[in-house]
Design a protein around this ligand. Structure first.
Ligand SMILES: NC(=O)C1=CN([C@@H]2O[C@H](COP(=O)(O)OP(=O)(O)OC[C@H]3O[C@@H](n4cnc5c(N)ncnc54)[C@H](OP(=O)(O)O)[C@@H]3O)[C@@H](O)[C@H]2O)C=CC1
Ligand SMILES: N[C@@H](CC=O)C(=O)O
Ligand code: NA
Length: 369
């Protein structure tokens, strides 16, 4: 244990949360886990001892007899509990909950640093973005969210380094969704052929843990729009919200009004096969031109223009040739000239996303000590 112990609260033990916990259990110099929550239950290390919760997984942790067990706690109670620990505290939010994200300023003002792959807060209204960073300054706390774009790929750190060292970023473009990359790479591969139905590949992406908790957030383009909002803001554009530019949706209009509940997700997945021909038609149109279709985004910093949607690509292009859930993100800058700085690799999945969260956590621990 370090000279100044650092305390950790973790909320969310789904695909990313579970992978994060198993990485945490192996981290050198890991902070002391004193709070672990899922949507219906919270485990707390009793005060004043704050004995560490075993980080291996939820099942092991919840079996520990010494812990206090509560139902879902309001964010301000969690913040008060963490702020009461006898050292600096960090919150890791592994949920996709916008309401929790809206409470980041409460945590930060109390000096609790935030590490998260949850993109909702950083892509919500610009007022929340400003509140998060001014609250961090006020509470002398840190905010790291690398996995909000490109999962664990070094996308935000690269962009921040470019900006901080005075380069001029002119354009950022590429494939920003692991789910949509996997869907198109599998459904419409650049080499060989595929008979896979669109709905079956969507179900596979969900099973592999690539999709958002609600896969419609991937298919409607909102997940990509949120990532582009975050990148645009870091590049200096005041994008007011992720719906302030046009977004092409791949949700069949007939299914657009299903409820956003768990039942709505299940109805959507059940009915999606009825509309497989819509995506097959798009694939065939590209095929007739000797091309493949892919879902891409771009930010033209000078023109303050953001685009999100389908485009056709030559089969020998870098974007057409991506594999699996790969993202590819090209940064065009004054220094790099005509040859962009490119970041490429898996852009979704529990382990690679948790890697970004764990690496951020290590950075925060290092800076707090
Ligand atoms: N999956 C991926 O490849 C990537 C994911 N991300 C982001 O990571 C985050 C997590 O994704 P993922 O693990 O796939 O999602 P999951 O749906 O698998 O897990 C979400 C977890 O959050 C918990 N949860 C939700 N709301 C609350 C709340 N208010 N309080 C406490 N717990 C809550 C759920 O609880 P319960 O277990 O009780 O249901 C569940 O444990 C999301 O923000 C996602 O956008 C980012 C990059 C890539
Ligand atoms: N659902 C997202 C997960 C990572 O952000 C994606 O598919 O890219
Ligand atoms: Na990243």
């Amino acid at each position: 244990m370090a000279a100044n112990p650092i305390y950790l609260g973790v909320i969310g033990v789904g695909g990313v949360g579970t992978a994060f916990l198993s990485q945490l259990a192996r981290l050198p110099n890991a902070p002391k886990l004193i709070l672990l929550a899922r949507s219906s239950q919270t485990l707390l290390a009793p005060t004043p001892a704050y004995s560490a919760i075993p980080a291996a997984d939820w099942a092991t942790a919840s079996a520990a007899p010494s812990l206090t067990k509560a139902g879902a706690l309001p964010a301000d109670e969690i913040a008060t509990y963490l702020a009461g620990a006898p050292g600096r505290a960090i919150l890791v939010d592994n949920t996709s909950d916008i309401n929790l994200a809206r409470q980041y300023p409460t945590f930060l003002k109390k000096g609790i640093s935030v590490v998260t792959p949850n993109k909702k807060g950083f892509s919500d209204d610009i007022s929340l973005w400003k509140d998060i960073f001014s609250s961090a300054a006020q509470g002398k706390a840190l905010v790291y969210h690398e996995s909000t774009v490109g999962a664990g790929l070094p996308v935000l750190s690269t962009l921040k380094d470019l900006v901080a060292t005075g380069d001029e970023v002119t354009r950022i473009e590429g494939v920003f969704s692991g789910t949509l990359s996997f869907l198109f790479n599998t459904f419409a591969p650049a080499s060989g052929s595929s008979n896979a139905q669109w709905s079956a590949v969507v179900a596979q992406a969900k099973e592999l843990g690539y999709t958002e908790p609600d896969p419609r957030d991937d298919l409607n383009g909102m997940d990509v729009a949120r990532k582009l909002t975050i990148l645009a803001r870091l590049a200096g554009l005041e994008v007011t919200s992720p719906d302030s530019f046009p977004i092409e949706s791949l949700i069949p209009t007939e299914l657009a009004s299903l409820p956003s509940s768990a039942d709505g997700i299940s109805q959507f997945m059940t009915r999606l096969p009825e509309f497989d021909s819509q995506m097959s038609n798009i694939k065939d149109t590209a095929e007739k031109q000797g091309k493949v279709v892919r879902y891409v985004g771009s930010i033209d910093v000078g023109a303050k223009n953001v685009t999100v949607g389908l485009q056709y690509f030559d089969k020998d292009s870098a974007i057409a040739g991506l594999k699996g859930s790969d993202n590819i993100i090209s940064f065009y800058t004054k220094r790099y000239g005509a040859n962009p700085l490119i970041v490429q690799g898996a852009g979704a999945g529990g382990d690679v996303t948790a890697m970004g969260v764990s690496a951020d956590l290590l950075k925060v621990v290092e800076r707090l000590q």
